[in-house]
Design a protein around this ligand. Sequence first.
Ligand code: KIV
Ligand code: ZN
Length: 518
Amino acid sequence: MEDVICVSDYNKKVLETMNIEGIKIFDTTLRDGEQTPGVAFSIEEKVKMAESLDLLGVDAIEAGFPITSAGEKEAIKKICDMGLKAKICGLARSNKKDIDVALDCNVDRVHTFIATSPLHREFKLKMSKEEIMARAIEGVEYAKDHGVEVEFSCEDATRTELEYLKEMHRAVRDVGVDYINVPDTVGTIMPKAMRYLIKELVNDINVPISIHCHNDFGLAVANSLAAVESGAKQIHCTINGLGERAGNASLEEIVMSLMALYGVRVSLDTTRLTYISKLVSRISGVVVQPNKAIVGENAFAHESGIHVHGVLSKAFCYEPLTPKLVGKESEIVVGKHTGLHAVEKKLRDFGIGLTRDQILEIVEDIKLIREGGKKITDEDLIAIAAGYVGKVPDEEKEVKLEEMSIISGLRITPTATAILNINGTKKVGSNIGNGAVDAALNALKSIVPEKITLEEYRLEAITGGSDALCQVSVKMANEAGIKALGKSVGPDIVMTSVNAAIEAINKLRKINKEGKTQ
Ligand code: KIV
Ligand code: ZN
């Protein structure tokens, strides 16, 4: 692991006092994940995700809540028939009807639950502690009698009185429960309190404790790991952290934290994490935020000059683990914070060799374009770089644009005024045209002393969208019939056309001077 993970050595100091091993991953994407507002999976979608979760290597898949609908039941049944390695679990309230439907699907495990907190007892169930306990016992006993594994949850456990919670757990232990899950149903506990609670529960009974955390305060992963630190042996989680309200603990964050930070041997094929995250995002319609840990688009992307320089010389400088471990690649993004190294590396990868000065000019172009709000894709970068191939160097340019103003609109003759610096002398000129580009190019032509004609004009959008960068190529000729091509790339059609024309004018002058033809 040394060569693929590089994390803080302080972790080792605290791990010495913990005994974390044999942690089981219980995936509930198909059940709690489906309870994400606005999300509903079809039978085929559930089957596809179950197959992928099994290939990923999770220990258990909560395939759904079978009593919910006939379609839900059919999906769970199909998943049970797939012969997957993972244990297939179905959720059921603590009553025979729910449990029967789950058993009918042929699940390996029934997960029964009933709420136990004072709030739920009084306002939701309107039941006494004793009635709730009787129901819980009856449910677990009934499911156990049918030969399946049984997991039991006190819903809203983290807001339930500790003594009552322990009594509930002892009661279901006495009728043979296999796992006791502790739901932080509304995500209201903090990690230190979670450590305390789980220690109390683990020390009280000899049944594996599982943890189920919601993310209402963004602490679902931290709380799940805190529970593991205190002896929990199973973690409920979902792909991309889907789930009720703010979601559940994210599987990819849990698994990679266990592996990288806690040094736990994880039997999952972590290289599948990015794929499954994309699959679940596409099926659920819930977009993964770019800065999401582990699987987000930016999780291994670098833009700022300092970071790119660091990553290029040693990836661990700014990456705690090798992205391949989670099925990703490092990415260098060009933008406002880009430096020379990033552009140089990217262009080298594309097989484009330019001088250091040209690359520095490209870096400036990128910053200007990015500040204008346009994201720069690889295609954009290639086009920008192509514009520099054969370009007249700045110090050799005889004609430079100082100012340009264009008036255009409805029922107005497009008019442009330009100020050019020609060999150190400023010259002004105005002209009209058929449109803004025509007026701008005519203004340029009216200022330069030589007679220049526009032979060809080509405009292309590099990528899709109304904010795509455009690429303009202009072919211009002088009186001697010498022709030169000017190219430019930018976000604005008129100014990009002007820059291309200025480039062509400078080339014409250079060729004229050197007595060459092109
Ligand atoms: O959050 C919760 O309490 C649940 C239970 C059904 C386990 O999802
Ligand atoms: Zn839940």
